[in-house]
Design a protein. Structure first.
Lengths: 330, 273
């Protein structure tokens, strides 16, 4: 137990350090930009007609007159208190913008994460067990094509098929156009989330399936499986009793490591479907020079990814009895 | 004619190299033709003269696609080379120069991997003030992490191997061991990693231009073409999105297959498979 806590603590501290490093790097990148926040947000014309004193005031408002290190420290101090500044595009606190967008996105992300994880695992196990047979070739071919397909193009194709040709699903957004927020039913939201979630799931499957397949092949070639076969165990029971347990651990790592990829994919997919989520906000922040929002989104996604890794590390101990025992002995 | 595994791999490799080089050259050659607008032939569905159709300005989509793809391939190749060399240097450095350097490099790798790739590209593109430069730098600087991890793990194993230990006992410098004894051993893996990096680089290049960072809208880049097609998709102009996309997927698949063929050719074990 004590060992477990120590392990968790170490991982947690590493996570915090990584997050701090990411924030420094992000800030450095953003402040290295030649895009002048004053010009981007006030506009060239307005800037030209202002007096020097007014400009000075604006500069100090945007913090451009201070050296970058000082600005970073100011930002970090506020960020620690939960204040990420004000979004320039939405004219709201960054935290509330992110909260709204994230709750929209989470709906998609969680669905896609679960579907792609389960299906990918299943396909990977099937392909690994029936290595070299038609089923394996099918899965492999699918994975190769999907891994080479940009998520946004797949989204375009699905949009073309289901919304333009078949007209069964809405074209974009997360709620029907021209409807009051109170009139939107849960079913409407689901209908709008189907295509984006489907795209994300389809692209997410290939990576999980390919890796699971490789692990599965390793396991099926191992001595204990050979021995089980020699004892006359049936393939089904070998998979259930020997293979699944051993492939679960790498699959777990993969599943949590895929969070980053799914978030990345959601940026593209949300752009295609005009789904008002975190990804679309990130793109808007990037093209609209909304520095506080861009920083906030980067940090929040990095935090989600690191949290995923952290949970995966903790789950090892729960899933794998060897790690638990190793802890007790030392 | 029955081909064995290695001959098949060789044929595949030659075919994909020829195809990709062909696309790259053809794209450069028809760069000017891709910019020609002709309102007498706008919005044509694919036919024999214009196999990919034309867009709302009467531009030939086949030329535009080829030009865009050649640009993607060139950017992808440049970026992958830079990334691969970075991965090699950092991977070796992490494994050779002791624990502290290793910890720092691993930390950096973890940090970079923590930010979703697309978001990192957006950030770097923003830092470079957008434009083509931002795309190239972004794609070049972000792809080295996983290869660096692989090389680091390989070097870690190599360090325990006998011939390296003997070289150490003989008093050879770390630098000499790294260059003379480790590098040749790592080369096949490095080459395969480099080739398998192309498809990722191309996909990310097209994604980031699709999102509107980087190239201006009159440039025929594959991401720009696809993002423009999005506006006209609802009007039923499916060919604007379909054919350029298929070509992009084909390019990436061929890079992938070529890389895997190269891997099986470089791996002596595959002779018996």
């Amino acid at each position: 137990m004590k060992h477990n806590l120590l392990f968790a603590g170490k991982n947690f501290i590493r996570m915090i350090l990584l997050l701090a490093a990411v924030s420094v790097a992000t800030f450095a990148l953003v402040s290295a930009s030649p895009i002048d926040p004053l010009q981007a947000n006030v506009g060239q014309a307005a800037l030209g007609s202002m007096s020097e004193a007014q400009k000075e005031k604006l500069r100090s408002y945007w913090g451009v007159d201070e050296p970058p290190v000082q600005r970073y420290l100011n930002w970090a101090k506020d960020a620690l208190r939960g204040d990420f500044g004000t979004s320039l595009l939405y004219r709201q606190p960054v935290t509330s913008v992110i909260a709204v967008k994230l709750s929209n996105s989470l709906f998609l992300l969680v669905i896609a994460w679960i579907i792609s994880g389960l299906l990918g695992f299943l396909l990977g196990v099937i392909a690994g067990v029936f290595r070299g047979r038609p089923a394996d070739r099918l899965v492999k071919g699918y994975c190769l094509v999907i891994a080479s397909t940009p998520a946004f193009w797949l989204a375009l194709l699905l949009l073309l098929i289901f919304s333009v040709w078949l007209k069964v699903l809405p074209i974009g957004l997360s709620v029907p156009i021209g409807m009051e927020a109170s009139g939107v039913t849960f079913l409407d939201r689901v209908r709008h989330a189907i295509l984006p979630a489907l795209t994300l799931s389809i692209t997410g499957i290939s990576n999980v399936a390919l890796h699971t397949r490789e692990k599965m092949i390793d396991i099926m070639e191992s001595d204990y499986v050979l021995f089980a076969q020699a004892r006359g165990e049936k393939a089904g029971s070998i998979v259930r009793r020997h293979a699944l347990r051993n492939v679960l651990l790498p699959a777990l790592t993969l599943q949590f490591a895929s969070i980053s990829e799914i978030i990345g994919g959601s940026v593209l997919v949300e752009q295609v479907f005009s789904y008002p989520g975190l990804g679309q906000a990130a793109v808007a922040a990037g093209t609209g020079s909304d520095v506080p929002l861009l920083m906030g989104i980067t940090l929040i996604t990095a935090a989600i990814v690191f949290l995923g890794n952290f949970i995966a590390n903790l789950l090892y101990g729960v899933v794998d009895p060897r790690i638990r025992k190793g802890g007790r002995r030392t | 004619m029955k081909l064995n595994q290695r001959q098949k791999a060789r044929v595949l490799l030659v075919f994909s190299v020829l195809f990709l080089a062909g696309v790259a050259v053809a794209g450069v050659l028809c760069h000017d033709a891709a910019m020609v607008t002709d309102f007498s032939r706008k919005n044509l569905t694919p036919c024999l003269t214009y196999p990919f159709g034309t867009d709302w300005l009467g531009r030939d989509m086949l030329y535009r696609t080829l030009t865009g793809l050649s640009m993607s391939i060139l950017i992808g190749v440049c970026a992958a080379c830079v990334s691969a060399v970075m991965a090699l240097l950092l991977g070796i450095a992490a494994a050779v120069f002791g624990k502290k350097v290793d910890a720092v490099i691993s930390f950096v790798i973890d940090g970079i991997m923590g930010i979703p790739h697309i978001l990192l590209l957006i950030l770097i593109s923003y830092a470079c003030g957008k434009g083509l430069k931002g795309v190239i730098i972004g794609v070049a600087l972000t792809h080295w992490t996983s290869l660096a991890r692989l090389i680091r793990a390989e070097v870690m194993q190599l360090r325990q191997s006998e011939y390296i230990l003997i070289a150490e006992k003989l008093g050879q410098s770390k630098w000499k061991i790294a260059v003379k004894h480790m590098l040749p051993h790592l080369l096949p893996q490095f080459l395969v990693g480099l080739v398998l990096m192309f498809p990722h680089a191309i996909l990310h290049e097209s994604s980031i231009t699709f999102l509107g960072f980087g190239l201006s809208s009159e440039q025929p880049a594959i991401g720009v073409i696809l993002s423009e097609s999005m506006t006209y998709l609802i009007m039923g102009k499916w060919w604007l999105a379909l054919f350029p996309g298929i070509m992009l997927v084909l390019t990436v698949v061929l890079f992938d297959l070529g890389g895997n063929a190269l891997r099986s050719l470089l791996d002596p074990n595959s002779v018996h498979a």
